[in-house]
Design a protein around this ligand. Structure first.
Ligand SMILES: *[C@@H]1O[C@H](CO)[C@@H](O)[C@H](O)[C@H]1NC(C)=O
Ligand SMILES: *[C@@H]1O[C@H](CO)[C@@H](O)[C@H](O)[C@H]1NC(C)=O
Ligand SMILES: *[C@@H]1O[C@H](CO)[C@@H](O)[C@H](O)[C@H]1NC(C)=O
Ligand SMILES: *[C@@H]1O[C@H](CO)[C@@H](O)[C@H](O)[C@H]1NC(C)=O
Ligand SMILES: *[C@@H]1O[C@H](CO)[C@@H](O)[C@H](O)[C@H]1NC(C)=O
Length: 186
């Protein structure tokens, strides 16, 4: 392809449109609860955003993980303090029971076929809650103290719910690309 100034112009327009839309969906997002988060990251896959406030005094982070979700899916956000993969992830999962009540709890992922039942994580997590509106699930939590610094591997995920329990997620496409490094000070 011949790179003309027109091409560059077109690319820069596309890029600026992308930057505007990501700014709107992340930075400018207003929470119904009126909570304000100073940092956010539009995650590259699974239509998800992570909003957070890091509190240096307590080495803890207030998070809001916001993800597109149908009524019969679960979503989860996790920190993996010991690796980059799924196993070892310390997750918070949310989904809806068939009666509409939102379930949200912590669950450590100890295998590639976890039952995803409630359990304690390897670091403290408190004030866990979730809301479901407009096909979007938002998980709120206070995580920490995080004793290993402010940069870590995180992962996010989505999958089907059946018999009131989260089921195994897809093992291809975006569902295996949903990991990254997060710097809480960025
Ligand atoms: C985000 O909000 C700020 C302040 O209200 C505004 O100046 C800015 O244009 C908004 N950005 C987008 C992408 O909407
Ligand atoms: C801190 O890092 C160590 C070594 O990788 C790990 O075993 C431990 O689980 C981590 N702790 C937290 C709270 O992240
Ligand atoms: C909805 O279903 C769940 C799971 O069966 C149950 O724990 C919860 O109490 C139910 N909530 C209501 C309001 O009935
Ligand atoms: C989680 O921790 C609490 C308080 O430390 C304890 O009472 C509870 O039994 C633990 N739950 C599991 C599933 O280990
Ligand atoms: C956690 O929730 C409790 C009880 O609702 C509240 O008093 C406390 O301020 C909350 N903690 C944080 C760090 O938001």
């Amino acid at each position: 392809m011949e790179v003309t100034s027109e091409t560059i112009f077109t690319i820069s327009i596309i890029l600026s449109l992308f930057l505007v839309s990501s700014a709107q969906s992340c930075k400018n997002y207003t929470f119904a609860s009126k909570q304000v988060f100073t940092s956010c990251s539009e995650l590259p896959v699974l239509q998800a955003n992570l909003h957070w406030n890091y509190i240096p005094e307590t080495k803890s982070v207030h998070i809001a993980y916001r993800a597109n979700q149908t009524p019969t899916e679960w979503v989860a956000w996790a920190i993996n303090p010991t690796g980059t993969g799924m196993v070892g992830s310390q997750a918070i999962v949310a989904f809806r029971y068939s009666n509409g009540t939102v379930a949200v709890y912590t669950t450590p992922i100890d295998s590639y076929n976890p039952l995803m039942q409630p359990g304690n994580l390897s670091f403290p997590v408190s004030n866990v809650s979730a809301t479901y509106t407009n096909n979007e699930m938002t998980i709120f939590a206070v995580v920490g103290p995080l004793v290993n610094g402010t940069t870590f591997n995180h992962a996010w995920q989505a999958g089907p719910v059946s018999n009131e329990n989260p089921q195994i997620h897809s093992t291809s496409g975006p569902n295996v690309e949903s990991t990254g490094t997060l710097d809480l000070l960025s």
